[in-house]
Design a protein around this ligand. Sequence first.
Ligand code: SRM
Ligand code: SF4
Length: 536
Amino acid sequence: MRSCSQMPRTLMSPLHKLIKFHGSYQQYDRDERGARSYSFMLRTKNPCGKVPNKLYLTMDDLADQFGIGTLRLTTRQTFQLHGVVKKNLKTVMSSIIHSMGSTLGACGDLNRNVLAPAAPFARKDYQFAQQTADDIAALLTPQSGFYYDMWVDGEKIMSAEPPEVVKARNDNSHGTNFPDSPEPIYGTQFLPRKFKIAVTVPTDNSVDLLTNDVGVVVVTDADGEPQGFNLYVGGGMGRTHRVETTFPRLAESLGYVPKEDILYAVKAIVVTQRENGRRDDRKYSRMKYLISSWGIEKFRSVVEEYYGKKFEPSRELPEWEFKSYLGWHEQGDGGLFCGLHVDSGRVGGKMKTTLREIIEKYNLDVRLTPNQNIILCGIRKAWKRPITTALAQAGLLEPKYVDPLNLTAMACPALPMCPLAITEAERGMPGILKRIRAVFEKVGLKYNESVVIRATGCPNGCARPYMAELGFVGDGPNSYQLWLGGTPNQTSLARTFMNKVKIHDLEKVLEPLFYNWKRKRQSKESFGDFTKPCGI
Ligand code: SRM
Ligand code: SF4
């Protein structure tokens, strides 16, 4: 009999299909030789990356007791816990649920974690964006109680939903719903494929807005009062090597909606994809392919039928900036927050122990960022010094002491646990960054002249490498396809530069590029802008 990991996914057992919707995948350690020992990877759902104190402490414990002793912060503001064996799944799931967390819908063909800027600013626009992200997440959460039946024996743990969310979900004025189904929006078939939404405020592109199926941007009036939203649709990263009909794509503008309509507009977009997205071939089932084949005009007019109104023209917005929120900042309510860089989001060892001690001692809530980093929130000014000292002793340094190349780099987990990995990413990244730093020094680039570098072990794009100034996409054992031309503010797509670059040839390929950037660039021209014409 074939083992599960050798089976095509479509032949997997109902349990494996179902467990995806509950935020878990079965995996095995690909480094191990001999008989395979299977375990589960669990992913949480944390809209806006919000993690209450109790949930952080629980995740930290679970990683030690039932996982591989590390926590993984993801590119969508959630946690992943690797290595949970089947007999412990229920204990782990119920501990998360009882600590105000959830894994429901973290994987599977439905709406995934909703991104929003992680900074805990007491500003009207930020709080409105975060509230909107929470409401959209609630709107699109599966409704059947099966998750709770399975993991906490039917205990009702869900917090009360805002009445406007319930109203928007149940509204069927424009034929969006399955009225007699426990899942009025998803029905029995759910969506053709995963679905991703990000919310933000003007200028703040900490969420990689245009890589999402739906991007939602708060529009305020001159007094900073939220009025409505610009909407963007059709972003996505995943592709397949050598299949040119698959591609990464940036979201494009759909239009503007007044603030009271946002849940209805998002629902109309989801329903348009539910009804029209391809279900015959999962390679082409993401909404970006529907929009590419229809064109935005047709897509807009179909969405408008489910929305029951016309979209207004998008409002003009200022330039986007990438914001990392690293270091110490005022929240605007008397408290401070501190953003900490974590290489590839992997929290382990002394760093993990120290983070836990600080979070427990000062009773801090945390936020996870879409760049695999963590923010400690609600810190009193008097605590800043002892916390800074404790963090530094654990290697969690202020950003000015971290190599700028590391600060913006991201890598996906890849080997050994990801079944789709072709080559290394997270484990290879420290070496890649050190070698690039050495090339920088050799060609005379300054320490702070940084480049956004992202790596993935396969073309699925989990660390969004197609937005990087220099993207590494695994395309063979120890080899990468190189992508060039993304910009530091994450607004343009990179293009393929070379295929099958063996990792030992890194310097040979990169040195001339950095050398030419140093010598021939316009003043302040980023590496991404400089190399844009190099793509093939
Ligand atoms: Fe991803 C599949 C890890 C964000 C595109 N992703 C996987 C799986 C579950 C592999 C699998 O199917 O068995 C990976 C688990 C590896 C492991 O061992 O942990 C995995 N994806 C991740 C994470 C942990 C990467 C990270 O470094 O943080 C991210 C978890 C996000 C979360 O919390 O929900 C993660 N994945 C992304 C993103 C980035 C994003 O969402 O902003 C993308 C590209 C954006 C997009 O969706 O277009 C992404 N993951 C994929 C795809 C390709 C989807 C496609 O449209 O073709 C797959 C494969 C699939 O779905 O068939 C995939
Ligand atoms: Fe796995 Fe590929 Fe995603 Fe990396 S990009 S985590 S290798 S699916």
